[in-house]
Design a protein around this ligand. Structure first.
Ligand SMILES: Cc1cc2nc3c(=O)[nH]c(=O)nc-3n(C[C@H](O)[C@H](O)[C@H](O)COP(=O)(O)O)c2cc1C
Length: 162
């Protein structure tokens, strides 16, 4: 538990840095830029960070759209069944779980944030389901992750928690 809190704290610090740099791009109080935050969260940690991010961005005058990816077939509660199912999905490169449609077009945003927990050292496949449906060309896309201490490749790729 302490470990998870430490990770979340590190993530908050990272987010502050990240949104600090976004802040510099805004001028005055007019909401001129649009940010999209899309996240998946099963047990609520990533949701917490996504909602914090929404507030931080709104405070620096971004118009923010926040969307949670909802699996069409809900995952089981945290426990052995979920662990096994998540492992099965992780090991299947073709797995792309369906999610309830969200009506967004990445091209209409100035910056896009994607939030995900780590499942078996990777992002849950539902996040790929979303990413592959969007066109992110020429867009700034930032990722943030939450994890329980073993983020695997996501950590190497995106740094400490972000
Ligand atoms: C099925 C499953 C697999 C997980 N695998 C990892 C892992 O490989 N490494 C890790 O650090 N944490 C792992 N965790 C912990 C989660 O990444 C962590 O609790 C995260 O903050 C959960 O986010 P959420 O509350 O937004 O769903 C796993 C959790 C679950 C449920």
């Amino acid at each position: 538990m302490l470990n998870i809190l430490k990770k979340l704290f590190a993530l908050f610090a990272g987010l502050t840095l990240m949104f600090g740099s976004v802040d510099a791009e805004q001028s005055g109080n007019v909401k001129t830029k649009k940010a999209l935050i899309v996240y998946f969260s099963h047990t609520g940690n990533t949701k917490l960070i996504a909602e914090r991010a929404q507030k931080e961005l709104a405070a620096v005058n971004y118009l923010v759209d926040l969307h949670r990816l909802e699996p069409t077939k809900p995952y089981p509660e945290y426990g052995d069944e979920l662990r096994d199912l998540a492992k099965e999905e992780t090991e299947n490169d073709n797995c792309r779980p369906e999610f309830e449609a969200i009506n967004v077009d990445a091209q209409s945003y100035d910056v896009i944030f994607i939030g995900t927990p780590v499942w078996w050292y990777k992002a849950p496949k539902i996040v790929l389901s979303f990413l592959e449906k969007q066109d992110f060309s020429n867009k700034k896309v930032r990722f943030f992750i939450t994890h329980g201490g073993g983020p695997g490749a996501l950590h190497k790729r995106y740094g400490n928690g972000v």
